[in-house]
Design a binder for this molecule. Sequence first.
Ligand SMILES: C[S@@+](CC[C@H](N)C(=O)[O-])C[C@H]1O[C@@H](n2cnc3c(N)ncnc32)[C@H](O)[C@@H]1O
Length: 656
Amino acid sequence: MNSIGKLQQRNTEQSRSMDEQSHDTDRRKSSFIWNSRHLMQLVALILLASTASTTTLATRIDCDLYIAESTIPNAGLGIYTAVAKSSGDNIGNGDKAIPLVDMLWHAGDYSDDETLVGEVEYVHFFNPTQDYVWHGIGMGMDFESELQDDITTFWPGVDAMINCNLGLLNVIKSTPKYDEAGLHRNLHPGAGGITPYDGVPTKVVRDIPAGGELFKHYGDEWFSGRPHFGNIPLSADYEAILELMTGLHKMIHSLGMPEHISSSMIYDDLVLPIKKIWNSRTLNALFDFDWSDVEAAVEARDFGILLQPNATRSLDWLDEHGKCIDHIVHGPSTIEGAGHGAFAKRDLPKGTIITGTPLIHFPDRSVLGMYEPRTTSTGRMVRDVEKGPYSEQVLVNYCFGHPDTTVLLCPYGAGVNYINANRTQANVKVQWAQDGQTNHKSAWLLKDPQYMEFEYRTMLAIDYVALRDINEGEELFLDYGDAWEQAWVEHVKAWKAVEGREEYISATQFNAKYSDTPVRTLEEQNENPYPKNLAINCHPVLVESVFLDYNHEGNYADPYDFIDKAGWIPEKKGFPCDIVKRDSATETYEVSINYTENDESYVKFHKDVPRKAISFVDHPYTTDMHLPNAFRHPIGIPDEMLPDAWRNKVSQYNHL
Ligand SMILES: C[S@@+](CC[C@H](N)C(=O)[O-])C[C@H]1O[C@@H](n2cnc3c(N)ncnc32)[C@H](O)[C@@H]1O
């Protein structure tokens, strides 16, 4: 029963007991006394009703997802579902994935390139995103850059904040979809000012009880490469321990032991002593479980059931210690040309903390500057520092900055990166989180920005607060501040559509529109070329070794069956190929692919390739966010929030 229900019950109980008292009263007493009792009842009821209305205001707002301290010791914050989930369900609403294109190169960090020693100034910069980024290739961003090792994704939000517990994996990582949100470089000054990698919900792969923490796989290497974690069990160890204990269980039960020997004695006297002296990852998966626990897991064929209780918090605990991260959904903004926007998932009364989010801190925003290339005397391409930066990483548009400081703070929370600027209709404001909440250390507001360079963990956090009652479905707006407003107005005034924009269409849109249209051969393309930003790729399954990989997993008889079943996997987007011939009757193609083996290149021809094995991709650096005139400006840290200690104004690297 919710608090209103309880209150109503209390009211009824109270009035019932008052009624009973009045029955006990001597009916012969004067009607005046009787009436005054009624009067008192009435007053009491009015008082109770007024308490009821205050209680209604303080009533807990629904919330499906929380951020709070993880159940894994020393793992920082974790994400919890407040409603039970079944395998196959979705969690969260998805969050923007923000590409960091050639960030090390642009920041001047060539530390892995010895040929440049003595030729350029090396910059070993503090990169606060290093523990918070994903490889861009697994996120479908491989075509944004030529430097495949230097395309990473800053991916704030639910999916990115989920911890890893290898014995209780209950969700899998999602892959964002490419969506320009209706912006076109022909029409919109905002084109290129947003990341087109839009969030999709996270998928549940194991039933989770209400209050359960979410866990996804980081890969075993993540743990084996961090010796300070000790010999913690890896994925295979949980499978192995289940097999081992199933074997032990069978053996014990087939032995026909004397009555005074119990199964748990064998476990306690044989298995646990071995576990004590042999620090094995597999045996460590037994933790402190007793034999009855282990038998339950064996019967359920699932060791995870033993881990679940410790990985579950009560809803009251979450409400008290956590912050809701589920009040925001996203969709096309109501502001023309602004891209995606954030919307209230439910009614949010004035003063509600809509969400709270930790912040990733850049002591010096200039490391996000982007530079033209110049060629060194040894023929290497390095950044041209002399010319200065021509732009900044699109990440800047999602972070908080201020003209008086080099500090840039990037929210790591769910939904917040969708909130657009609207000064006159702002219904949300930001404020520093309370000390200790969502990792916020208010002492950091007194530190010099350089101090921040030594800390990779998040130490600052903000809350987003409703400035007035907000109705479900209303778009959320923030006042981005004077500097942003001025920059936007100037940008729109100066903006001119770039050359070649009429024919521009991103590969994602082109594929969606023309997936069934025949592909032109090389000869036809001479007459009728495709837009310059597009290249043609053939499915990786054409390359024998890759097909064998897939076939091993899926046993596909026909190589192209694979494409129907699994589509084009983002990590393996295929190989550049040329269309040599088209057979219109069978709708198949002859294509050629260039291979390099042992430093030798050769061309191989593949026949009878179906249309579905051919796709269009973007040439690197051609999508909107690479436009030289794309808008860049951080959201303003409100003046009253900017600590004096951060007012350093001058960039350490002095490039911006
Ligand atoms: C934090 S993002 C907001 C979400 C963004 N609309 C998206 O689709 O990813 C900030 C960027 O959104 C765009 N934006 C926000 N408010 C806008 C507005 N009122 N008009 C035009 N563009 C806006 C600008 O490109 C800005 O730099």
